[in-house]
Design a protein around this ligand. Structure first.
Ligand SMILES: O=P(O)(O)OC[C@H]1O[C@H](OP(=O)(O)OP(=O)(O)O)[C@H](O)[C@@H]1O
Ligand code: HPA
Length: 184
């Protein structure tokens, strides 16, 4: 890929579009309708940085449009580094900014793959004293065995391919693609 977007079909390394930005916004709006009845304005939406940023920005605005003005915080976790498979160890780069003890928390992430990142986020959140922990991922990838924690809300069941765009990166690149694409 030569930095061109939309894709140059003659380039064999061009990411294949799996879900367009228009379809992404439909999925986000649908998630907001499903989530709104189980949260209130005291709920803390928590983005898992870095990849969850784009989804969390869209979902919190979609929630606002259906009447939910959530609080907001971030947890900065990393497990993939620059590779295409999980290192199996989660590094916590930044903890919560504000106390969440006694609050309902809605954890938001771009993709659920091995499930390790979400499980660690849930563990940290419970340990910080949250009253209740809900989880929502934009995309869930298939996995051969049961994962420790399944998300409460899933926007899109993704194929088992390496995804980029809408926050998903390849070694820090391609997060800003408006569509979700497969690189393999
Ligand atoms: O279910 P898992 O196998 O844990 O994979 C999902 C996690 O992997 C990515 O994060 P990454 O560690 O690459 O950091 P990033 O958010 O900076 O991309 C993604 O944003 C999820 O948080
Ligand atoms: O398919 C993926 N793409 C980018 N980052 C990821 N982290 C887990 N799975 C993926």
């Amino acid at each position: 890929m030569q930095g061109l977007y939309p894709p140059d079909m003659a380039d064999p390394t061009t990411p294949t579009v799996l879900l367009s930005d228009v379809e992404i916004q439909r999925v986000v709006a649908d998630l907001a309708h499903r989530i709104a009845p189980v949260i209130d304005d005291e709920t803390v939406a928590v983005v898992l940085l870095t990849g969850g940023l784009w989804f969390a920005a869209d979902l919190t605005r979609a929630l606002s449009r259906v009447g939910r003005q959530v609080r907001f915080d971030a947890l900065w976790l990393a497990s993939y580094g620059d590779g295409q498979s999980s290192r199996g160890r989660i590094d916590v780069h930044a903890p919560y900014q504000r106390p969440i003890a006694g609050r309902r928390v809605l954890i938001l992430d771009d993709v659920f793959d091995t499930g390790l990142s979400l499980a660690e986020a849930v563990r940290i959140t419970r340990e910080a004293g949250a009253a209740d922990v809900l989880t929502c991922v934009f995309a869930r990838k298939p996995w051969p065995e049961p994962r420790a924690v399944e998300p409460d809300f899933v926007g899109w069941e993704a194929p088992n391919r390496f995804l980029v765009g809408y926050g998903l990166d390849h070694a820090g690149t391609l997060r800003g693609l408006p569509d979700i694409c497969a690189l393999d």
